[in-house]
Design a protein around this ligand. Structure first.
Ligand SMILES: Nc1ncnc2c1ncn2[C@@H]1O[C@H](COP(=O)(O)OP(=O)(O)OP(=O)(O)O)[C@@H](O)[C@H]1O
Ligand SMILES: [Mg+2]
Length: 231
């Protein structure tokens, strides 16, 4: 592997709450190559979403280091992290995180406007059409099904052409046919733009479409399997 686009070394996550501190991730060491597609799999509660949040700098590691595009994420403050994500990362959350007071079109257009794109609304419309939502542009999140909201979240994350796309169960709420549209869209992003994709999935079909699968168990890497030889 050349220079990895994401590099985790002994990354740990311990959260402290009123029930005491809980070790969520233990010594995760993992490199992701530029342009790679990586699936994170494992049982519910094994730490998949938490690991994705660490990769996106949305949670700070409590031990070890995480580099993205050569940048040490743990030395950036919240503002710098937000700017870094705007420039380099797209994130699809498990619970979508759409802005409830904005339509689908506005949800997708806003990050484009923030990134300085001039025809943000035209591009946002094209992104929503690509995920099959051309008839839902003016709908608010509460007026859309879970699968529709998920597709808006994916359109929003992909619209800025991020170097790294992190997606938590991008096909989790979708029927087979719509799920396949999304798989094709994700793999198309890699083909066209060289996007590095890390996704969480329970779908063996989606996992097997990725270059490698990382299986988590109890907050640790249990197994790494390559579906395809590294280039
Ligand atoms: N804010 C938090 N405070 C305390 N524990 C948490 C918090 N967030 C997650 N956890 C715990 O961390 C563990 C890993 O959670 P995580 O959401 O990463 O799992 P997951 O593999 O994504 O599961 P699922 O497949 O159900 O989405 C779980 O045991 C969960 O209860
Ligand atoms: Mg999860």
């Amino acid at each position: 592997m050349g220079n990895p686009i994401l590099s985790l070394k002994d990354a740990c996550l311990t959260l402290s709450g009123n029930a005491g501190s809980i070790d969520i991730l233990h010594n995760i060491t993992l490199d992701v190559a530029q342009g790679e597609t990586l699936a994170l799999v494992g049982p519910s509660g094994s730490g998949k979403s938490s690991l994705l949040m660490l990769m996106g700098g949305l949670e700070q590691a409590t031990g070890g280091t995480i580099y993205a595009l050569g940048q040490n994420l743990s030395i950036l403050n919240e503002d710098a992290l937000a700017k870094f994500r705007l420039n380099h990362m797209g994130v699809v959350f498990q619970s979508f995180h759409l802005i409830p007071t904005m339509t689908a079109l506005e949800n997708v257009a806003i990050p484009l406007e923030l990134a300085g794109v001039k025809d943000a609304f035209e591009q946002a419309e094209a992104e929503l059409c690509a995920v099959g939502l051309d008839t839902r542009l003016d709908h608010y999140p509460s007026q859309m099904s879970g699968g529709e909201q998920q597709r808006v979240a994916l359109a929003r994350a992909a619209a800025t052409r991020p170097d790294i796309l992190l997606a938590d169960e991008p096909t989790g709420n979708l029927d087979g046919a719509t799920g396949q549209v999304i798989i094709d869209l994700l793999l198309g992003l890699r083909e066209t733009y060289g996007t590095t994709i890390v996704l969480v999935t329970h779908s063996s079909e989606l996992a097997s479409s990725c270059d490698r699968t990382v299986q988590l168990a109890d907050g640790r890497i249990n197994m790494i399997e390559a579906q395809r030889a590294a280039e």
